[in-house]
Design a binder for this molecule. Sequence first.
Ligand code: MN
Length: 617
Amino acid sequence: MKDTDSDDVMVYRLGSGCDLADIEEGNIYQGKVQGFANFGMFVQINDRIKGLVHKTNMKGEHKERDSILVRVRQVRPNGNIDLEEVIIQVYQVQNVERKSTTVRIADLSQKIGRTVAIEGEIAQIKQTSGPTIFTIVDETGTQNAAAFVEAGVRAYPEAEMGHMVKVIGEVMTRNGQLQIEVDALSVLTDDEAVEVKARIEKALDARAEPEDIPLLVKSDVMENLRPEMRKIAKIIRKAVFTSQPIILRHHADADGICSAVAIEQAVISLIKESGGDFDADYYLFKRAPSKAPFYEIEDITRDLDFALKDHIRFGQKMPLILLTDNGSTEEDEPAYKVASVYDIELVVIDHHHPDATIDKYVRAHVNPYHVGGDFGITAGMLGTEVARLINPGVEPIIRHLPAVAGVGDRSEAPERALFLSLISDQYSESDCKDIALALDYEQFWLRFNDGREIVKDILNITGNTERHKKLVRLLVDGANTMIEDQMNASMPHVVPRVLENEAHLFLLDVEIHAHKFTFPPPGKTSGEVHDRLCKQNAGKPVVTIGFGPDFAVLRSRGVLMNIPVMVRELRNEIPGGGISGGGHLVVGSIKFVEGMRDVVLEALIKKIADAPLQKYH
Ligand code: MN
């Protein structure tokens, strides 16, 4: 090397992260001979970029891997680079490092056909029979990147889920979806990873923050619940933005379905907006009804089983579990304990009387009892407000769900009327009643299935109002016929009693005086019996108990009971009763062992007889 001075020519050394965008025509680069063709030789400028020196532009004899200097004559529109060899003795070398800034995932649709770099976290790694699909999440969206080494062979095995990576590749469309064809994928070093992760976290946190929108109706209780509703909405939005699967478990009645469907609509549309696979809304979101009015061990066992298999088989993250119209009582605790072994995140939207014992298991819990309200603010009302916070765009298709839920759950809170008047131009109260009954009836036949699309028609979410009306009419007629049959069989066997507090108690053995394993099931049968008895005994306090061999269902009007507390007391007072249960204050159920039925029922009735009556004016 000779001495250098300020007039010397500049030669560039292209860093490994650089791509075509970093190449400038006219500049001289260090290169390495890669191979020969009869029309010239190929020269690599870095691991990913090579150009052609036509034989007319060659200055000497070379062999493979020789270092040479080349000037870029032209970068053609198709990405081919024309080079010429240069021979100079005196020059300065300057490194070119990733001048190409990384592209944000949200901007990729404008980069089709271009080679880009993205940085983000690996949210999923799926090995197909062809390429390995990495799902990358940055602060703006989700993108699949396909890396291929050999059919069915895992590409970049050093890159694992949760790693921060830089991906360089061409943006393509595949089956109408954007995809990056990976040229290079590198796991960021510790320092880089920390910096990128912090940047993405901060931006995601801001992006997950729900919009500040007013409630659909004026409600002090719900206003007080807004901070917690926002918290849940943010957790859910973040799960969507980071491709974390969501499992939504809900009570299998009209209220529970309304709350869950409202959130389902918000989440699904958000998943679609934020990119990813065309079927991401199916594998990243699952809605499942729980048969019991709580999260059973059976439920968590199924959820956990599927989550772990998806984790291993499809490289998915462990899910966020959201419970609605469910989840706030100590009956949920055994399931929560199972979830906590796997560090599964849980959030709850419920209006059952909450037990503080579950607080340590859940990250957030919206419940009117926490702010001085009660079950009259139903899960469907709360779920719809949370859904609007998750994605305000879905409001037009879900704004009638709180009214259906309020009617379905027999809410007596002032909010019921407010939600009904909100939609009175489209749905009457009796329409809402029909929809709620249709939901209950259809869920009976759906059993453990969510019936995503059928339920959308029942709730008139698909927009095919003609079909919605036909379907609801059919289901309501079917339900009413079966309820009528059941009442004809059951009502003559109701046994009345007047208690010491002058409450009118009615007992029905649903095991022998009702059709079994069909609609309406024992709980609803008891409810229908109760409704008829309330009409027959207008103005009087009425309690109805429908019992089977090892369970009883309670409904009451005008008697101030606290069923969860009564169940707990009975459990302590009757050893060997095998007692469990709960529910709302005045609507609930109790389980016991068959051999202790009479003892338990008599003790229960005694407690009802001690309960104060509601004052009528
Ligand atoms: Mn409910």
